[in-house]
Every structure is written in C-alpha cells, then in structure tokens.
Design a protein around this ligand. Structure first.
Ligand SMILES: O=C1O[C@H](COP(=O)(O)O)[C@@H](O)[C@H](O)[C@H]1O
Length: 268
C-alpha cells in the first residue's frame, strides 16, 4: 500500500479545505485580480440566470472597486443587482454612507441602472430601516426564502468584524432575520443595518479582501484558529458556495498555513 500523505492541520492545502487563501504582493496587484473575479462570476451568473447579484461592503473596498471595475474593458452592468452587505444609518451625503460613496465613485462610472441598486432608506428608524431593506431584498429575490447572492464582497476590521457583525455581539446568533438592525456598533457610526450569517452563508461565492499589516494578527486568528470563540469573519463559511480570501503580503505576514501566490496577473 502506498504511503498516505499526512498534513499537519496548519499545512492543509487550501483547496482541500474548500477555502482559497490567495496572497498578492500588494493591494495594487490584488485589485485587478478582484475585478477579474467579479467579472467572471458576473459572466457565469448572466449565463445561468440572466442577472448578476452582487453584495458590496464599505470601508477600503469602495476605493479599490471604484478604481478597478470601471477599468475593465467591455464591462456591462446593465443586468446587475447591487445590494449592501451592511450599511451605516446616515444620510446619503454623509461621508460615512457606503451607498453615497459607491454612488459617487463607482455607480457614476458604470452602466448599472438606478433600479439595479438596492439601497437602504436612511430616513427610517434603525429597526424600520432593517425591515424595509429586508423587504426590498425579498422582493428582488421572489423565488427564494432567503436571497442567494451570486457574489458577496466582504471586508474585515482589525477586531475580526465583517458586515456589521461584531465580536461577542448577540447578532452573531441571529437565525431568523436576513437583515438585522444594530444600534450599538462599536465602530462608528453606531446605527447600522447588516446582513446576518444565514444570508451571508447561502451566497454562491464569498470573497474577503483584507490588506495591510494592521490586519496581520487578526487574519492569523481567523484563518488559523486560536483561543476563544470564533471571530465573526471566521464564521463566514458558505454552505454550498465558494470562499476566497484575497490578501496582500503585509496582511499575510503572520500566516503559516499554505496559501496560493499566483502573482499579479491572477485570474481566479
Ligand atoms: O465598518 C465597516 O468595516 C468593514 C471593514 O472595513 P475595512 O476598511 O477594514 O476593509 C467593512 O467591511 C464594512 O462594510 C464597514 O461597514
């Protein structure tokens, strides 16, 4: 009998674990690969079901996507549906509004129709806003009990939060709502609405983007495990979909698990 390969847990090849951890030399080289990934999943979704549904996150992703997506040749967003993985409850003209930032920096540069953007109503109370956004999502996905997005793009804060799901917060245990209000966000602004894990983990593809040395310690904890309860980002485990972590070398500095290093021209 041939000897069986044995891998210590920290060296399990990432493809075998169903999660791909892909390291780029820098954020500048990660950006184009992310844009190609979005375009490839869009092409597939449009062929499969005539529409591409994309969940956007705020923070550092806004500028990366706003630079890279419009630079793609022949990008056609006329059949895209863009929603928000989380959103801050502030007016659209506030610098903290994720929708406001994408509207000015991205939507104005691509041919996504206004009807293809599912935004919150910031005039409502946080509770009503979450209910209203959940209703809009359900209307946009009439065939599904829980909306199944083709692609969710997520960020991760230095505390391990993703969407507006923060460590040790009761919302981590939410099982009924697809969108929940939060009025005590530890990161300002305090009032937000967020997709919950039941919806996030049904997506066909989830891509985390995490760059910079400040993310290195938490990335190690999320990807390689550690003491205590799993951080929110570690609880994103799509039940049937793909999971990518696209990171740069500074963020990967503390990792010992096996990763992919495809170089800058990567097509994922
Ligand atoms: O507050 C938020 O932070 C996270 C992480 O942002 P990043 O700038 O560290 O990438 C973001 O994903 C989320 O959408 C946002 O509301």
């Amino acid at each position: 009998m041939l000897p069986q390969p044995s891998f210590p847990p920290s060296s399990i090849p990432v493809r075998m674990s169903g999660r791909r951890v892909v390291v780029f030399p820098s954020a500048a080289e990660l950006g184009p690969a992310l844009a190609h990934l979005v375009a490839s999943r869009a092409d597939k979704a449009l062929l499969d079901h005539g529409r591409f549904s994309l969940g956007l996150s705020g923070g550092s992703l806004v500028s990366m996507l706003s630079k890279e997506l419009p630079a793609l040749p022949d990008l056609d967003c006329s059949h895209w549906l863009a929603g928000f993985c989380d959103e801050r409850l502030v007016p659209f003209n506030d610098g903290e509004s994720t929708y406001g930032l994408y509207k000015n920096q991205l939507f104005s540069k691509i041919n996504i129709p206004d009807s293809g953007v599912l935004a919150i109503d910031p005039s409502l109370s946080v509770q009503e806003c979450a209910e209203d956004y959940a209703r809009k999502l359900k209307e946009a996905f009439p065939k599904e009990d829980i909306p199944v997005f083709d692609l969710l793009l997520l960020g991760m804060g230095p505390d391990g939060h993703t969407c507006s799901l923060f460590p040790d917060h009761p919302l981590l245990e939410e099982t009924q709502k697809i969108v929940a209000p939060i009025s005590d966000s530890p990161k300002p602004p305090p009032q937000r609405v967020t997709m919950t894990f039941p919806m996030v983990n049904l997506a066909r593809c989830v891509v985390f983007v995490s760059t910079g040395g400040s993310k290195a310690p938490v990335l190690k904890q999320v990807l390689e495990g550690g003491e205590g309860p799993a951080l929110p980002a570690a609880r994103v485990v799509p039940s049937h979909g793909e999971l990518f972590w696209l990171i740069d070398e500074p963020a990967a500095a503390s990792l010992t698990l096996q990763v992919e290093r495809p170089g800058s021209a990567a097509k994922l």
